[in-house]
Design a protein around this ligand. Structure first.
Ligand code: NAP
Length: 307
């Protein structure tokens, strides 16, 4: 066996698991897609709810998490996991680069943005349509942008963009936001932000670049065209679990069914962070999962690990 445990993903869940595994003197490997580490937090402008680090820059927090795991002795390899198969004593994890074996596998591959699924979205992605305000916001300095969605990400993106853009529309399909109250209050106090409640986007239009949004009010039925140059889509996330289908039980949305102990339906396979069924998907709950998953693994493999 190459390793005791292989951790797939280097977001807060995977990195915390790596820290706990190293401290437990387990032979662990973290497989990460990109060398940066940090996961979705890297694209967050400001994280205001991670205890002890109020207002920390998301990039800085992601980097610190990775540094902490490295200092603890975690080993990292880059690769895209394509297959996990069971062997006589554990699992074989195949990436596009290599093959590794371990007694247990912790899947902490996280989640990615969901598509809005409207006309023009695919064609204009990268030409005014974006899913990451902190990555692409600077292209829209003094321009007009629209953020679509009403969750934490949409509110954070709109607040961030209000500092760069001349005007920001927030387009939400209901008359109430889902995102944190503190973000709602901050957003509502901004003069260059206009909220379009009960509104959906029917089409993103433009020749080579985004020019306008075709929107409709779901209550009145009124349709309008809105002149914008940037469209930031923040309509939720979906689990990055396609490569792991059949491995263990998932819900209909593709999240691994696992409790706080992070044990999935298959012995030796654990799921931590945004990829598992849970009530609250935040950095702190992902980090907690990483710690719990390693503890579960140690309990389950006590006899083998003691040898
Ligand atoms: P989210 O909380 O699921 O919110 C998605 C938003 O998009 C909702 O307002 C939803 O509307 C809207 N929406 C979904 N499908 C839509 C569609 N087809 N058309 C129009 N609107 C649509 O997702 P998120 O904001 O990406 O956040 C993901 C997770 O990360 C959440 O659990 C969030 O709490 C967490 N997060 C935490 C922090 C933090 O702790 N600092 C920061 C960012 C994100 P409805 O409201 O009508 O459903």
């Amino acid at each position: 066996m190459n390793y005791d445990i292989i951790i797939i993903g280097a977001g807060p869940a995977g990195l915390t698991a790596a820290i706990y595994a190293s401290r437990a003197r387990l032979k662990g490997l973290v497989i990460e897609q990109k060398p940066m580490g940090g996961g979705q937090v890297l694209n967050t402008y400001e994280v205001d709810n991670y205890p002890g680090l109020p207002g920390i820059d998301g990039f800085e927090l992601g980097t610190k998490l990775k540094e902490h795991a490295q200092q603890a002795g975690a080993v990292f390899e880059e690769g895209d996991v394509c297959e996990i198969t069971e062997s006589s004593s554990g699992y074989v994890v195949k990436t596009n680069q290599q093959e590794y074996s371990a007694y247990g596998v912790l899947i902490a591959a996280g989640a990615a943005h969901r598509l809005l699924d409207v006309e023009g979205e695919k064609e204009l992605t990268g030409h005014g349509v974006s899913y990451c305000a902190t990555c692409d916001g600077a292209f829209f300095r003094d321009k007009i942008a629209a953020v679509i969605g009403g969750g934490d990400v949409a509110l954070e993106d709109a607040i961030f963009l209000s500092r760069i853009c001349k005007k920001v529309f927030v387009i939400h399909r209901r008359d109430q936001f889902r995102g944190a109250q503190v973000l709602q209050e901050r957003l509502l106090s901004l003069e260059n932000v206009e909220i379009l409640w009960d509104t959906i986007v029917e089409k993103i239009a433009g020749e080579d670049l985004v020019e306008e949004l075709h929107i409709a009010n779901v209550k009145t039925g009124e349709k309008k065209k809105l002149s914008v140059q940037g469209v930031f889509i923040a309509v939720g996330i979906q689990p990055e679990s396609q490569a792991f289908r059949q491995l263990a039980e998932m819900d209909s949305a593709g999240y691994f069914i696992a409790g706080e102990d992070c044990r999935t339906s298959r012995r030796g396979i654990y799921a931590a962070g945004d990829i598992r069924t849970k009530q609250l998907r935040q950095i702190i709950t992902a980090a907690a999962d990483g710690a719990n998953a390693i503890t579960s693994f140690q309990e389950d493999f006590l006899q083998i690990l003691d040898k």
